[in-house]
Design a binder for this molecule. Structure first.
Ligand code: DX5
Ligand code: ZN
Length: 219
């Protein structure tokens, strides 16, 4: 799978967002990562449904919505999940995993199951036939600006091996949390495909230059 960049919009400078969106369009960024936080699944709040509605009207770049909420099924309607969207929800947040994976597919979107740092990869095996991707949290979910957790590289490598051993070579791996350039390269080498780029990645200095640096490094 082609390596994809997904800027984390919770890290945006909201007073400059239109300029940033123009840069994402000029650079043909692959996805826009929308962290949704409900204050229950994680001790923080982030982007809401009105923001996503305006974003959909403002750009054609596909959205990569990351539901850190205890109501992922209901969020399908709250965020009008539709064809072309990438949607990740947490294994730890619900016992309706099959139903939600089916609902995401019914809407023509890409279904991604997210796991927290402490969750072992084996819990995903029963869903291998339904999921399109796995989002591996490489920090504790909830806040930008953290450091990559020990064992993240090994976890991504083992997940890639586990998927491949089940013939799921098409299932992609997304990594989210402190994805600096060195961390992106390290995780890419062991199988990561989609990179959530936040305060550690492109939201510092020259965003356009940062995007091309990540692109070259991950090519
Ligand atoms: C964690 C957040 C962060 C953010 C990326 O829940 O999802 O991973 O998007 O920000 P940095 O690059 O600061 O980790
Ligand atoms: Zn995220």
């Amino acid at each position: 799978m082609k390596k994809m960049l997904s800027p984390s919009l919770m890290c945006t400078d909201f007073f400059n967002f239109r300029k940033e969106l123009d840069i994402f369009e000029e650079t043909n960024i692959d996805l826009l990562h929308i962290d949704v936080m409900d204050g229950s699944f994680v001790p923080n709040f982030a982007l809401g449904s009105d923001f996503v509605k305006q974003l959909r009207a403002a750009t054609k770049i596909p959205i990569d919505i990351h539901l850190m909420t205890i109501t992922p099924y209901e969020c399908m309607d709250y965020f009008s999940v539709q064809a072309g969207d990438f949607v990740s929800f947490h294994y730890e947040a619900t016992d309706r995993i099959d139903e939600i994976l089916d609902e995401i597919h019914r809407r023509g979107a890409t279904a991604i199951l997210a796991i927290n740092p402490k969750t072992p990869i084996d819990v995903l095996i029963p869903f291998f036939d339904k999921l399109d991707g796995v989002l591996v949290m490489t920090v504790q979910p909830g806040f930008a600006g953290q450091k990559l957790l020990e064992g993240s590289k090994e976890k991504v490598a083992s997940l890639r091996a586990l998927l491949d051993s089940h013939g799921k070579t098409e299932v992609f791996i997304e990594v989210d949390g402190n994805i600096t350039l060195p961390n992106a390269k390290m995780l890419s080498d062991v199988g990561a495909d989609v990179f959530v780029l936040g305060s550690s990645g492109i939201y510092r200095g020259d965003m356009k230059a940062n995007i091309s640096t990540f692109r070259e490094a991950l090519a």
